[in-house]
Ligand binder design. Structure first.
Ligand code: C2E
Ligand code: MG
Ligand code: MG
Ligand code: MG
Length: 284
C-alpha cells in the first residue's frame, strides 16, 4: 500500500514541478518587460526613533504591479530576478531611485539629524564587482550626508563568501555608504564574523520582535540588542506592529524601529507628506 501511495505521490508531484518551471520562465519574461516599461516601482517604509517617534529614515522596497496578476510580492520576484541575473538591473534601479529621493529629501527637509535611506542588496549584486562602481556613481552624483545611503545585506549573503564580502564591505564603506545587517538572527549568526564585517547598524529580524506563540521574546531580544550595542552598532527592530511591541523595544534600549505600527511601505509622495508633518511639528 505504502509503495502505491509513494508512486501516486510522484505522479501528483511532477506536473506541479513542471508548472512551477513554466511559471518561473513566464515570470522572468514578464519581469524583464516590467523593467523596460516602468512596471517596477519603489515604496518607502519609515524607520523611527523609539524615543520620540521621529522619522530617522526609510527602507526602500521594490514593488511590482503585474499587468494581469496584480501585485507580486518581492519574496516571489526577487528570487526570480536573482536566478535570471535581472537583479543587477533591478538593484541598480532601486539604488538609483532611492539615492535620488534621499537627495531631494535632504535638500528640502533640514532635519536635526540628516535623513537616511536604506536599500536592499542581494547576494548576486555583492558578487558583482560593478556594484562598487554603481555605488560610487550614485554617491558622486549627489552630495548626500556621509553614511546616509545605507546598504542592507543579510547574514547569509555575507557569510556565503566571508573573505570576499569583508573586502567588498570595506570598499563600500570607504566610498561613504552605510552598512546594515538585515534580518539579524535568521542566518548563520557566526558572532565572530560580526566583528570583522563592521556594520554600523543591525536590523533585528521580525521573528524576534514578534515571536510566534509564547516564546521568550524579551530574553533573546534583549541579548541581540545588547550585542549590537556592545559591538558599537545601532539597532533597528523590524516588524513592530503594536504599541506593546514598541514599548518593550524602547524599554530594552532599542533606539530604532520599523513596522506597521509606524507606517506601511508607501509611495514617495506619501512619505514626503510625513516629512512635511515632521517639519511642521519641529517648528510648531
Ligand atoms: P526585508 O528587507 O527584511 O524588508 C522588510 C519586509 O518586512 C518588507 O516586506 C516589509 O513590508 C515587511 N514589514 C515591515 N514592517 C512589517 C510589520 O510590521 N509586519 C510584517 N508582518 N511585515 C512587515 P516586503 O516589502 O514584502 O519585502 C520582502 C523582502 O524582499 C525584503 O525583506 C527583502 O529581503 C526583499 N526585497 C524587497 N525589495 C527588495 C529590493 O529592492 N532588492 C532586494 N535585493 N531585495 C528586496
Ligand atoms: Mg531590508
Ligand atoms: Mg529585514
Ligand atoms: Mg526580511
Amino acid at each position: 500500500h505504502a509503495k502505491r501511495m509513494g508512486g501516486d505521490r510522484v505522479e501528483v508531484f511532477r506536473p506541479t514541478l513542471q508548472g512551477e518551471g513554466a511559471n518561473r520562465l513566464e515570470l522572468e519574461a514578464d519581469l524583464r518587460k516590467a523593467l523596460k516599461t516602468d512596471g517596477i516601482s519603489v515604496f518607502y517604509q519609515p524607520i523611527v526613533r523609539l524615543a520620540d517617534r521621529s522619522i530617522a529614515g526609510f527602507e526602500v522596497l521594490a514593488r511590482w504591479n503585474h499587468p494581469s496578476r496584480g501585485a507580486i510580492s518581492p519574496l516571489e520576484f526577487i528570487p526570480v530576478a536573482e536566478q535570471s541575473g535581472l537583479i543587477n538591473e533591478l538593484g541598480m534601479f532601486v539604488l538609483d531611485r532611492g539615492a535620488r529621493q534621499l537627495s531631494d529629501w535632504q535638500s528640502n527637509f533640514r532635519l536635526p539629524v540628516p535623513l537616511f535611506v536604506s536599500v536592499n542588496i542581494s547576494s548576486r549584486q555583492l558578487l558583482r564587482h560593478d556594484l562598487i562602481n554603481d555605488v560610487k556613481a550614485v554617491l558622486s552624483r549627489s552630495a548626500l550626508a556621509p553614511g546616509t545611503l545605507k546598504l542592507e545585506l543579510t547574514e547569509s549573503v555575507v557569510m556565503a563568501n566571508p573573505e570576499y564580502s569583508a573586502k567588498m564591505l570595506e570598499r563600500l564603506r570607504a566610498l561613504g555608504a552605510g552598512l546594515s545587517l538585515d534580518d539579524f538572527g535568521t542566518g548563520y549568526s557566526s558572532l565572530s564574523y560580526l566583528q570583522r564585517f563592521r556594520f554600523d547598524t543591525i536590523k533585528v529580524d521580525q521573528s524576534f520582535v514578534r515571536p510566534n506563540g509564547r516564546s521568550a521574546r524579551p530574553v533573546i531580544l534583549r541579548s541581540i540588542i545588547a550585542l549590537g550595542h556592545d559591538l558599537g552598532m545601532q539597532v533597528v527592530a523590524e516588524g513592530a506592529e503594536s504599541e506593546s511591541d514598541s514599548l518593550e523595544l524602547h524599554q530594552l534600549g532599542c533606539e530604532y524601529a520599523q513596522g506597521f505600527l509606524f507606517g506601511q511601505p508607501m509611495e514617495a509622495a506619501q512619505a514626503t507628506k510625513l516629512l512635511e508633518a515632521e517639519m511642521a511639528s519641529l517648528h510648531g
